[in-house]
Ligand binder design. Structure first.
Ligand code: SF4
Ligand code: FES
Length: 264
């Protein structure tokens, strides 16, 4: 079958000149804080649409489509991917207006007879075409101390054992692949680039509810500043976008309740 693919092409941008695809209207951006990296934001997507026509099978993945376009039609087309199997999280883009992994989305999933649109994720600086700068996203990740912090006041003589029930408390948040589909689908981030975002909350949850960890208070402190969990507006965009089916809105609710309980 012949398909039409419209790709948002963005010329390569260096450092501080990189623009961020943000809110749709300039009114939404009024008074917005600068992003974590201090880079400029734009109220409309930078670049231009480029249209391609090609043959594809209904069972082709959008990643197959991109690789075919790059190898057969346009070697300058730039996108990111690694594993090709939904594991590494590197090929999250906006496909027909929704955040998805290109390697987990089939042509037949997108409805017959309409052009397929491919855009970079919103809310992060665009490096080139479909590649965004992940540094602001990773800065939020680092801010919640995404690693086990165990009690080291005594030297353990055995493994730090955990029951299945204790593991079940945070099992759902171990599935995150850091793809950024959640954070960049959130309208709070689009208008406030300093918002910590759902991915960081998911990864805070991963350790806050781990029975072997003792640093919940530090993570709560990171999440309770003006850009943390209390900015969440419960829009469920993150939950819908997550390719790992993590119930992110529920996770954020659990964090909020734990933070309130700790403060009482
Ligand atoms: S929570 Fe889901 S959508 Fe968000 S970064 Fe992790 S895997 Fe991706
Ligand atoms: S290429 Fe690794 S998740 Fe798609």
């Amino acid at each position: 079958m012949e398909i039409t693919v419209k790709v948002r092409r963005v010329p390569e941008q260096e450092g501080a000149s990189r623009s961020v695809v943000g809110a749709e209207s300039s009114g939404e951006m009024a008074g917005a804080a600068q992003p974590r990296t201090g880079k400029a934001r734009t109220s409309t997507a930078p670049g231009y649409w480029q249209t391609y026509h090609m043959e594809a099978k209904p069972t082709d993945r959008i990643l197959d489509v991109l690789m075919a376009l790059k190898s057969e039609q346009d070697g300058t087309l730039t996108f990111r991917r690694s594993c090709g199997h939904g594991i590494c999280g590197s090929d999250a883009i906006r496909i027909n207006g929704k955040n998805r992994l290109a390697c987990k989305t089939l042509v037949k999933d997108l409805g017959p007879g309409r052009a397929i649109t491919l855009e970079p994720l919103k809310g992060l600086p665009v490096v080139k075409d479909l590649v965004v700068d992940m540094e602001p996203f990773l800065a939020a990740y680092r801010s919640v101390l995404p690693y086990l912090i165990a009690d080291t006041s005594t030297t353990p003589t055995t493994e730090r054992l955990q029951s299945p029930q204790e593991h079940a408390r945070f099992e759902k948040t171990t599935k995150c692949i850091l793809c950024a589909a959640c954070t960049t689908s959130c309208p709070v981030l689009w208008t406030n680039p300093d918002y910590t975002g759902p991915m960081a909350m998911v990864n805070a949850h991963r350790f806050v509810f781990d029975s072997r960890d003792v640093a919940a208070e530090e993570r709560f402190a990171a999440l309770s500043d003006g850009e943390g969990v209390w900015r969440c507006r419960t829009t469920f965009n993150c939950t819908e976008a997550c390719p790992r089916d993590i119930p992110i809105t529920e996770v954020i609710g659990e964090l909020k309740r734990a933070m309130i309980a700790q403060a009482l």
